[in-house]
Design a protein around this ligand. Sequence first.
Ligand SMILES: Nc1ncnc2c1ncn2[C@@H]1O[C@H](COP(=O)(O)OP(=O)(O)O)[C@@H](O)[C@H]1O
Ligand SMILES: [Mg+2]
Length: 239
Amino acid sequence: MALLEVDKVTKRFGGLVAVNDVSFSVNAGEILGIIGPNGAGKTTLFSVISGFAPPTQGDVRFDGHGIVGISPDRLVRRGLIRSFQIVQTFADMSTLDVVTTAALTRRPIREAIDYAAHVLGRVGMAGKEHLTPATLSLQDKKLLELAKCLATDPRCILLDEVMAGLTMAETEAPMAVVRELNRQGVTIVMVEHVMPVIMRLATRIVVINFGEKIAEATPEDIVKDQRVIDAYFGDELDA
Ligand SMILES: Nc1ncnc2c1ncn2[C@@H]1O[C@H](COP(=O)(O)OP(=O)(O)O)[C@@H](O)[C@H]1O
Ligand SMILES: [Mg+2]
């Protein structure tokens, strides 16, 4: 059964159509990859799904219920959460504070603190509880972004380029976390530029170009699709 359904979603910013009539669904337990060039509308799509930006047209359903107009915090309580591509942190909070705040979604404060420490350990950040996020490496900032999502006990996570900017070696830790989460039943939708990552993790891939969905297929088939090659791999192949 589809856990998440995106139904003919359009998002305009003034005259700019950032997302144009996009539909796809995500099955419970799946890892769906979303790829597309910069500016294609991927982050905007996540903002629409997660309640940060209402669609201009179209519908989004989570677990069979329409969720357009529901605030992000209420969606988090229902089990739908996004990560942010640009990691923003509060200067005077420790990583433990940040993750504890997320854990408060479902837990009283004392439990939330313990759970946050547990989640930081799970993403490989044990020992870094008292650092301030600003001092973390990019890899740790990305892991913290994952930990924040995890601490809310999501059913479905939208991950926006959590591996971007990392070396292949550095992607191993977040990839292992994503796999482990998925094994535990969490449905994952991930926007990712790092092709080897998406190819290894995703069960299905949706390709967005200029706001429109141009393809949807398994990783094996997507790389053979001529429109995808033209839109997405063209620059790389020319280079
Ligand atoms: N809040 C906004 N206001 C105006 N234009 C926006 C806004 N957010 C994104 N856009 C524009 O929408 C398009 C898609 O952006 P985005 O969703 O960030 O693409 P991607 O994540 O695929 O790189 C871009 O042209 C971008 O400049
Ligand atoms: Mg983006």
